[in-house]
Design a protein around this ligand. Structure first.
Ligand code: SIN
Length: 315
């Protein structure tokens, strides 16, 4: 076997962002520096066997299905190489939780796939990206590590639980009721609970050509709120949506006008999935009701689960 290594896949984000002024932590442009340059600027990584690849260079608010497909396929490729101990993905914070969940659902990796990010650009007076990269690489090489996780500000979050919770703080992510998997301290992992569970056994068709080039089904999110109406649902159905995730109030309750439109959509063959807009907790006691529930997934993750399911396999 070749020398064990960790593969770092770059996708952009604030971590790769630059600003004309060092003191400016918000007026920057994301996704400007390449992954090789970012890694080359961290002296301690000279001791680690690394290979890097630029899979995309985007602000993650613009994440799309083409990048997701490419990223999942590159992960599958590298995970299959015996000498690869783990993968690190540098990613924007804004949709990191969605990519993490997608990879979790698609790859079921027995090796670690670690997403990391930054809240400050690379040119900041005190950037957080380099430390996050060092921590993520430590987790990717940690004995026994497995599954898709996110590492930010020294905290390790599981893909099913991770959620961006803060617009500005460096420690921007939380794991909700589940709590973090552990902490990274001076490149050592303090594990608090088990790694994310591996999912189903068969490879998803998305990972193989020609299925990888097929368009993803349109699945949309609607939110229940005071004064909600049927209009959004009706126009989405007219526009060809195949699935609707409803972010309900509280324990997944839905405004009566919106609920009537969702029942009508469901009768027309659109899949409807109930979630909650509450950041913590999950919809309980709704099994057997009018709509299926998302088993604790947030609305954005439920949307991905429904897309994958419509594409050919329950995620
Ligand atoms: C992005 O998500 O790409 C920009 C914002 C960030 O990384 O914090």
């Amino acid at each position: 076997m070749n020398r064990p290594k960790i593969v770092v896949l770059g996708t952009g984000g604030t971590l790769a962002g630059t600003s004309p002024a060092m003191h400016d932590n918000i007026g920057y442009t994301a996704a400007q520096l390449g992954i090789a340059q970012l890694l080359g600027a961290i002296p301690s990584l000279e001791r680690v066997s690394l290979e890097s690849e630029q899979v995309a260079q985007i602000d993650s608010k613009d994440m799309d299905e083409a990048v997701w497909t490419a990223l999942a396929q590159r992960c599958a490729h590298w995970l299959a190489q015996e000498e690869v101990e783990g993968i690190v993905i540098t990613h924007g914070t804004d949709t990191l939780e969605e990519t993490a969940y997608l990879l979790h659902a698609l790859l079921m990796p027995a090796k670690p796939v670690v997403l990391t990010c930054a809240m400050r650009p690379a040119t900041a007076l005190s950037p957080d990206g380099p430390q996050n990269i060092v921590d993520a690489i430590a987790v990717a090489g940690w004995p026994g590590a497995r599954g898709v996780v996110a590492v930010c500000a020294g905290v390790v979050h599981g893909a099913p639980d991770v959620r961006k919770e803060h617009t500005y703080r460096l420690d921007a992510f939380g794991s909700g009721d589940a709590g973090p998997i552990g902490y990274v301290e001076e490149s050592k992992l303090r594990l608090l609970r088990s790694w994310p569970e591996a999912l189903a056994a068969a490879p998803h068709p998305l990972l193989s050509a020609p299925a990888s080039g097929a368009p993803w089904p349109q699945v949309d999110i609607v939110t229940s709120h005071a004064g909600a109406s049927a209009r959004t649902v009706q126009s989405l159905v007219a526009g060809g949506t195949r699935g609707l995730v409803v972010a309900g109030t509280g324990n997944g309750t839905i405004h009566h006008a919106l609920e009537a439109a969702l029942l009508e959509a469901q009768a027309q063959g659109v899949r409807v999935m109930r979630t909650t807009r509450c950041p913590l907790g999950e919809v309980i006691g709704a099994e057997g009701g009018a709509f299926e529930t998302a088993h604790g997934l947030s609305p954005v993750k439920a949307r991905i689960a429904l897309q994958l399911e419509l594409m050919g396999r329950a995620a």
